[in-house]
Ligand binder design. Structure first.
Ligand code: CTP
Length: 400
């Protein structure tokens, strides 16, 4: 079995001494461990202890003596990042995206699963702001290792003790073992999702009802199966916080086109789940258009770039291009036409005639049409389960 690469980040708590035992346990389990420390952590344990036991230098500064410690590289190297102990302060900064030390900068750039083992006094732990930060981090996909009950450094007794090193090890290993489905492990996936807005003037636009839910579910599914995902997301109130997904926000079809072209070149798979506007106003007015005396306003529209078709035109034989078709009638025929015209490897059809399918719903009912003329119809399912079916089809095609 491949040696697991673990980044163990230690922050400033008295429980930092327990991180030494955790390091020993991880080394005994044949993990390759690299230590990160905040400045405050160094007040509790000397970095030399960690350096000797990990057989690696300890990083505690983003830069030192004109050298730059590459937190991005560390974040990409690791199979897991464990922040133990994780103080209330570090948790708050992680929840709000502050990157003022090596641990936080590495966390923000890590694509691997992230685990935190909180350690603090009972009242700090129960404070609403701490509880809110824990919820936020869980929402980001961070695994929070439950605190334990017992005597605290303050002399108080209650919840807030960092989990015992054996418990942290078991928690992390069992979560990593569950994530064995790594069938997109070395792949880069680009996904377009959501609507586009085409400006009429500074306040008005032409848009559509797409929520981006299906594309976001696909991004999460691909990332969970090990892919590095670039999600090009049109204007939606939804967000996609997930390890392994980089979100690139765009507004118009033309912005989406620029981003898609840039990422497609490096992608193994591209999934075109966005509902791209087919037309945009020929020119957007610089000032707000005022109501005139006429009872008509004529907008001149011009075609946008067909992103999928132009990627289909430059697709290489080792790249897989997946399209979507949302139809209201004559569904199979229209979808088959798009599959061919845009050079997709397969197209995912959903019909607005099916109850529970299409925009805004949490469910979808799809049929996959393949370039070889075969197709497969699926039941109505949650969009998360539909994403699994689509990614299964992608993996099948990649393995052929
Ligand atoms: N698509 C795209 N760029 C566009 C329009 C569509 O990338 N400007 C992609 C969509 O993301 C989808 C596929 O092409 O994967 C089909 O989109 P759809 O809007 O159904 O196709 P159109 O060619 O625009 O056909 P229609 O006349 O039905 O709107």
């Amino acid at each position: 079995m491949k040696k697991r690469r673990i980044l163990l980040a230690v922050t400033g708590s008295i429980a930092a001494y327990k991180a030494v035992f955790l390091l020993r346990l991880l080394r005994k389990a044949h993990c390759d461990v690299k230590i990160l420390m905040t400045q405050a952590a160094k007040d509790f344990v000397n970095p030399l202890t960690f350096s000797v036991l990990s057989e690696k230098p300890v990083d505690s500064d983003i830069s030192s003596d004109a050298e730059w410690n590459n937190h991005v590289e560390s974040g990409l190297w690791a199979d897991a990042l464990i922040v133990a102990p994780c103080t209330a302060n570090t948790m708050a900064k992680m929840a709000s995206g502050i990157a003022d030390n090596i641990v936080l900068a590495t966390y923000l750039s890590a694509r691997c699963p992230v685990f935190i083992s909180p350690a603090m006094d009972v009242d700090m732990y129960h404070h609403p702001s701490t509880q809110k930060n824990i919820e936020t981090l869980i929402g980001f996909g961070v695994h929070v290792i439950p605190v334990e009950y017992g005597e605290l450094a303050s002399g108080l007794v209650g919840e807030g003790r960092m989990a015992e090193p054996e418990h942290i090890r078991d928690f992390v290993f069992s979560a990593l073992d569950q994530n064995v489905n790594n069938d997109l492990g070395d792949k880069r996936v680009m996904i377009t999702a959501g609507p586009t807005y085409e400006a009429i003037d500074p306040v008005r636009y032409i848009g559509n009802r797409s929520s981006g839910k299906m594309g976001i579910a696909l991004a999460k599914e691909c990332a969970q199966r090990g892919a590095q995902v670039d999600l090009i997301l049109g204007p939606t109130h939804l967000s996609c916080e997930s390890n392994g997904v980089r979100v690139h926000r765009v507004e118009s079809a033309s912005e989406m086109f620029q981003e898609a072209k840039a990422f497609f070149a490096e992608s193994d798979v591209a999934i075109m789940a966005a509902a791209v506007a087919d037309y945009r106003p020929k020119s957007a007015a610089e000032q707000k258009i005022k109501k005139s005396v006429d009872d008509e306003l004529k907008l001149e529209l011009t075609e946008t770039n067909d992103i999928a078709a132009s990627l289909g035109g430059v697709k290489k034989s080792n790249q897989l291009l997946v399209g979507f078709a949302l139809e209201t009638n004559n569904e199979m025929a229209y979808a088959a036409k798009k599959l061919k015209k845009k050079n997709f490897d397969f197209i995912v059809l959903n019909s607005l005639q099916d109850k529970g399918a299409g925009f805004a719903h949490d469910t979808n009912k799809i049929t996959i049409l393949r370039a070889d003329g075969t197709h497969k119809a699926y039941e109505l399912k949650l969009k998360t389960a539909v994403a699994t079916d689509i990614v299964d089809e992608i993996v099948d095609r990649l393995n052929k």
